[in-house]
Design a protein around this ligand. Structure first.
Ligand SMILES: O=c1nc[nH]c2c1ncn2[C@H]1C[C@H](O)[C@@H](COP(=O)(O)OP(=O)(O)OP(=O)(O)O)O1
Ligand SMILES: [Mg+2]
Length: 205
């Protein structure tokens, strides 16, 4: 028996996330649709943790569409900045989602910080709600350890990738091909952890 295809709404307006999560899902049973296809505007990110914001986003999209929704709240936590920009990564330089301005501000803040002290990690929390009132969300976190470069490197990825260095592969995040980023990234790890529960939830629905 062929399982029915299931529509899942991505509660995000970040095109980079959509590309990565579609690739990562790579499952014929799940169609991942951008919330913009349904005219859903961004949720207000008023949470104080990645978990809260991932849930807020998913609930907002599930309520607006009547479909199951996936929220992704992610960010870059830099040790020398006490974890900033963290939850506020997208808004670090003021405007929303201006990667060039965010990167410039980050490099300026770390100008005098030596390489060994430039440790940082990407964090991604994914939350799936089967409907807006779902009391039992699926939640998974992934973390990717690295450090902040002193100048941008590479052309791939999105967001802060050009200034994130993976010491284990001795490559910048924006220098990795997509398949390798998927295997090791915060988002790839979070999705791998969520995947079985997501497919099981789909089979039940
Ligand atoms: O793999 C990544 N490679 C580079 N940068 C990344 C990555 N993953 C998250 N990031 C950055 C982008 C943004 O500055 C912040 C997420 O902020 P976050 O609010 O979750 O996303 P967003 O505002 O871009 O889209 P939305 O809220 O509609 O999902 O962390
Ligand atoms: Mg956001």
């Amino acid at each position: 028996m062929t399982a029915a295809r299931m529509k899942l709404v991505l509660a995000s307006s970040n095109a980079g996330k959509l590309v990565e999560l579609r690739d990562l899902l790579g499952d014929a049973r799940i169609e991942l649709h951008a919330q913009s296809e349904f005219g859903v505007e961004d949720a207000e990110e008023t949470g104080l943790t990645f978990v809260e914001n991932a849930l807020l986003k998913a609930r907002h999209a599930a309520r607006a569409t009547g479909l199951p929704a996936l929220g992704d709240d992610s960010g870059l936590c830099v040790d020398a900045l006490d974890g900033a920009p963290g939850l506020y990564s997208a808004r670090y330089a003021g405007g929303h989602g201006d990667s060039a301005a965010n990167i410039a501000k980050l490099l300026a803040a770390l100008r005098d910080v030596p390489e060994a002290a430039r440790t940082a990690r990407f964090v991604c929390v994914l939350a799936v709600l089967r409907h807006a009132e779902d009391p039992q969300p699926l939640i998974a976190e992934g973390v990717w350890e690295g450090r902040i470069l002193d100048a941008p490197r590479g052309r791939g990825g999105f967001g802060y990738d050009p200034v994130f260095f993976d010491p284990a592969r001795a490559m910048g995040a924006a220098e990795l091909d997509a398949a390798l980023k998927h295997r090791i990234s915060h988002r790839g790890i979070a999705l791998a952890r969520l995947r079985d529960a997501l497919l099981a939830a789909i089979r039940r629905s």
